[in-house]
Ligand binder design. Structure first.
Ligand code: GLV
Ligand code: GLV
Length: 324
């Protein structure tokens, strides 16, 4: 029978073309959790082309009558992957294609927060710019500073390359809070140019600390009040990973009290909500989860998610699978 695809947010080409060529496509934007559950359990669809905001927990997966979930994202913390596997539901994601775009946003946040871009822009727009002052909007040094990368995976490595280009010293913890020794081989062309250090040292010595870990039980609130207190008072925290990796209330407190200098965030603990206090703080540089939002990257993600969906609908292994 003809595959039927449920698409929860319109995606760019070539996604729609690939799906329409293979079957019937229903785009239903803005579904509530209840509407999504009803659709997924109805038996009307073979595969859901999903966003990370669509939650598939164990209970829903037990009742779901679908063959697969093709996430339009590299992250898949919205899906209980072991539960999906248990019920024979395939899961796919869009790895690699967004490494550069996300690393670009990490650098944007690093520079923006460290050099006070948000504050400076507001200052200008408010008509307060009356000429050069030696002490006007002075931020943190970037070149020569130490960047700590928490999670040296594909995106962490792309950030390391950029930071080296900016003349930063790069240290990393592979898999905080515990660590696994990374061989020079695994570091590829970064071998000899970046240094692995324990998580405590990363926290205490980094001038900029950038998070590139997946969201798991181990990394939930990895950056909490205690970590924030141990960071340098001149340090900048950057998060392009997942909001819950940082305790957002503790971060707002640390920014207000000057425990750290600034934060650059693209992700939030309870998206789309943002801790209200962060919105008031001049040293919080905030973006609305746009890490992968480059034209070519989004087209690549659309192609991968659609190819995953088509393979799943045919009962084949998706080309970009998430393994349980
Ligand atoms: C976005 O957050 C993604 O995981 O692709
Ligand atoms: C980064 O890899 C550089 O060009 O130094």
């Amino acid at each position: 029978s003809t595959p039927r695809f449920l698409v929860t947010q319109e995606i760019p080409e070539p996604g729609p073309s690939i799906l329409r060529e293979a079957g019937e496509v229903d785009v239903r934007q803005g579904m509530s959790a209840e509407e999504l559950a009803a659709a997924v359990t109805s038996g009307d669809y073979d595969v859901v082309l999903a966003q990370v905001s669509d939650r598939f927990d164990a209970q829903l997966l037990a009742e779901a009558r679908i063959k697969g979930i093709a996430n339009y994202a590299v992250g898949y913390n919205n899906v209980d992957v072991p539960a999906a596997a248990e019920h024979g539901i395939a899961v796919g994601n869009t790895p690699d294609v967004l490494n550069d775009a996300t690393a670009n946003v990490a650098m944007l946040l690093l520079l923006g927060a460290g050099r006070r871009a948000h504050e400076a822009s507001e200052y200008l727009r408010e008509g307060r710019f009356t000429g050069l002052h030696p002490d006007l909007l002075v931020g943190q040094d970037v070149t020569g500073a130490t960047l700590g990368i928490a999670g040296m995976g594909r995106i962490g490595k792309a950030v390391a390359h950029r930071a080296l280009g900016f003349g930063m010293r790069v240290v990393f913890t592979q898999r905080p809070p515990r660590d696994r020794e990374v061989s020079q081989d695994e570091l590829g062309d970064l071998a000899g140019r970046v240094t692995q250090v324990p998580w405590d040292e990363l926290v205490e010595t980094s001038d900029f600390l950038s998070l590139h870990v997946p969201l798991t039980e181990d990394t939930t609130h990895l950056v909490d009040a205690d970590v924030l207190r141990r960071m340098k008072s001149t340090a900048v925290l950057v998060n392009t990973a997942r909001g819950p990796v940082v305790d957002e209330k503790a971060l707002a407190h640390a920014l207000r009290e000057g425990e750290i200098f600034a934060a650059g965030l693209d992700v939030f603990e309870n998206e789309p909500a943002v801790e209200p206090e962060l919105l008031e703080l001049p040293n919080a540089f905030l973006l609305p989860h746009v890490g992968s939002a480059e034209v070519g990257t989004r087209a690549g993600m659309a192609r991968m998610a659609a190819e995953n969906a088509v393979a799943m609908a045919r009962g084949e292994k998706p080309p970009y699978p998430v393994e349980a």
